[in-house]
Design a protein around this ligand. Sequence first.
Ligand code: ZN
Length: 123
Amino acid sequence: MSASPEIVCPACGRDALLLRQPRYDGFTKVGETLSCASCGHVFESEADVQFVSRKKVEVFTTADRSKDVKVFGEGENRRLCRYCAHYVVNPFMQWCALHKKEVQATDTCSQFTPKPPEKKAIL
Ligand SMILES: [Zn+2]
């Protein structure tokens, strides 16, 4: 959370910063006064504040990151055991069904067989 979140002010209709000022009853903080930094409009409660949505931006950022990871994994990782049709994973070990031996997900194999796409959903 930013210290000065951006809002769309219903009073002045502008993108503005939200001002938060602590409200005190004596020495006890009883709440915050939320107001528009642009025109001074005071909001009844935080529920009335229309924040400029940053969440969508974050979602896109996350999606972009995972895409980057996939692109990074494309070439080299293509031959890794974890992407191989013979690779079997269970709670106790990772197993190569072709060589009948324990493997690591990051092992590479000359007899790599691409896993059918539908099995990716399990991972
Ligand atoms: Zn305003």
